[in-house]
Design a protein around this ligand. Sequence first.
Ligand code: SF4
Length: 194
Amino acid sequence: MKVTRREFFKLTGLAALTAAVVGCDWDEDPILSQPLTDAKEVTTICPYCSCGCGAICYVANGKLVSVSGDPDHPINEGALCSKGASLLNLNTVYNFRTHNAEINPNRLTKVLYRAPYSKVWEEKNWRWAMDKIAKRVKETRDASFEAQADGVTVNRTMAIAHLGSAALDNEENYLLAKLMRSLGIVNLDHHARL
Ligand code: SF4
């Protein structure tokens, strides 16, 4: 039987999941007992480092049940490092008390805001957050913009910095860098140095 690279990874993923289910008594678990072969595949990019490996999320009944490397992705061709191999744990964790897999209770799914000098986090919506960010960027840029420095035209602000993310792809990083440069922001960095 001829098995494609994609089918090979799907089958080995199913075998690994079965072993995990059998070994950990997860056979009754509502999340991880879903059959992988029936799951819908959704491709994504690993958010952890600058390699940008491709991954497949397996979704069954609206729930994420497994994540594996994407064999069709040109960077990793199906492989994931140990960190990438734990991608499922961003969403699903094992509860040692109940011996069940459950949705990671520490995963943030809403905007949280802590006002200056406050100890309390408040829940906000994205519209509120985007408006707040835009207002603060404008105020800070207006107050700190330098057209000249030491007789040289610089058109910059040194009061704002931008930190990128490995969850972004090349095109998104290109557009973000262009946006930041157009605002005169020169302090750009990235935790994965893309
Ligand atoms: S953390 Fe690992 S799997 Fe994720 S992009 Fe980097 S090398 Fe790839």
